[in-house]
Design a protein around this ligand. Structure first.
Ligand SMILES: *Cc1c(COP(=O)(O)O)cnc(C)c1O
Length: 417
């Protein structure tokens, strides 16, 4: 099909051309004397993104799923008891990972469309007077339902119960795009992957571990080989990895971090909120509802739209893809067929999202959902106009003028020439 594919799944997200160019490199020796000059700044810059001073960040050739395993295997022993909140397919799989590692999981089921319930977590921890529970598992942004949970409130619940359990947070579709405060929220393990907020291809697992979590390595008896943090800590200390890293992804991550710091984390969060508000205005104008039960749960990175009775959400996705080259997210697990998801995270602006919303309207009409063409697009446009920042005077340097390449990339290109 001519033109660009409109990629609106909630990961992988669009990779900026700058990152594509930065990754397009000849392979090089990952044991060379200059390699640490690439890796060391990346590892320290990651701490700025995770918002941790005291914690340590790790990079694995893996995905978010691998980081679930790495976080648990390095801190837990078979038979350990953990408390996990479940309100969507990703939380469900996180729990499955813990169970397959031999952990005993107390599952707190919450209605899908809601999120972590700090009161219930506090209650369960208070009841655990012997402090048998060693960890609390939550998903920051449940991508399957488009729900964001209040992680600071979960930390307050653990503290209110005066319980020593570690806090494990899956923030695969949250970090970078949504506010996340590893230190301030007392997160002991922050888990993510490269293909969402970082705007990279899949293939890097990113993990932030608190000092308290790292101290558990000594006593943790879960088997670990590839994911052993001890090997990683030893190699990272000198700027290397215990095995062959993905060199293109590291160059891509360097560029991604440059792009993130140029825009600024606060501005990125504000942009995601603004885009999400536009998307939600469109859903309201269509007369449809989100899977998120109340506005306070609604995610700024993905909207899960419930389809009317008698309609299969998979048909909307199929027509959108085959007829309009628009990729939407499917309903997962028990939500299969009941919804479709619009991912609005990463390298994205208003006109891109308006294009996707127009495509969603076309696909919905094609499968028999009686929406008025243009109604959602117009509502999103109104929302964007209402929340637009004032323009600086013409001719003044735009505060967010987009550089085409980062200084680091320009330097590398100059060397190549
Ligand atoms: C995408 C996603 C994952 C899985 O990540 P992979 O990189 O596919 O392993 C886990 N949790 C959440 C919340 C996600 O959105």
């Amino acid at each position: 099909m001519p033109g660009r594919n409109a990629l609106f799944v909630p990961g992988p997200t669009n990779t900026p051309d700058r990152i594509l160019r930065a990754m397009h490199r000849a392979m090089e020796d990952h044991r060379s004397s200059s390699f640490p000059a690439l890796t060391r700044p990346i590892l320290s810059d990651l701490r700025r993104v995770f918002r941790t001073e005291e914690g340590q960040c790790f990079l694995f050739p893996a995905t978010g799923t691998g980081m679930w395993e790495a976080a648990l295997a390095n801190t837990m022993s078979p038979g350990d008891r953990i408390l996990a909140s479940r309100y969507g397919q990703f939380g469900h799989l996180f729990i499955d990972c813990a169970q397959r590692l031999g952990l005993r999981v107390d599952v707190q089921d919450e209605e899908w469309g809601t999120g972590a319930n700090p009161d219930r977590i506090e209650e369960a921890l208070r009841a655990d007077t012997n402090h048998e529970i060693t960890g609390v598992l939550v998903v920051h942004n449940e991508t399957a339902t488009g729900v964001t949970s209040d992680i600071a409130a979960v930390r307050r619940a653990i503290d209110a119960a005066r319980h020593p359990a570690l806090l494990f947070v899956d923030t695969v579709s949250g970090l970078v795009s949504l506010p996340f405060e590893m230190d301030a929220w007392g997160v002991d393990a922050a888990i993510t992957g490269s293909q969402k907020g970082f705007m990279l291809p899949a293939g890097l697992g990113l993990l932030g571990m608190s000092r308290r979590a790292l101290a558990k390595r000594e006593s943790a008896r879960c088997a670990r080989v590839f994911f052993d943090l001890g090997d990683m800590i030893a190699a990272n200390a000198s700027g290397y990895f215990p095995y062959t890293p993905s060199v293109p992804l590291l160059y891509g991550l360097r560029e991604s971090l440059d792009i993130i710091f140029e825009e600024g984390l606060d501005a990125i969060h504000a942009r995601h909120h603004r885009l999400a508000e536009g998307c939600r205005a469109a859903v309201r104008a269509w007369g449809l509802t989100l899977c998120a039960k109340e506005p306070r749960w609604a995610s700024d990175t993905v909207s899960a739209v419930i389809v009317p009775p008698g309609i299969d959400g998979a048909d909307v996705i199929d027509v959108a893809y085959r007829r309009y080259d628009l990729a939407l997210g499917a309903g997962l697990g028990r939500m299969a067929g009941k919804l479709f998801r619009i991912g609005h995270l990463g390298d994205l602006n208003e006109l891109m999202l308006l294009g996707a919303l127009a495509g969603v309207e076309l696909a919905m009409r094609d499968v028999g959902i009686p929406v008025t063409l243009g109604s959602g697009v117009a509502a999103a446009q109104e929302s964007f106009r209402a929340s637009a920042a004032p323009l600086p005077p013409r001719g003044s340097a735009s505060p967010d003028a987009k550089p085409r390449t980062s200084p680091a990339t320009r330097e590398r290109m100059a060397v190549v020439r």
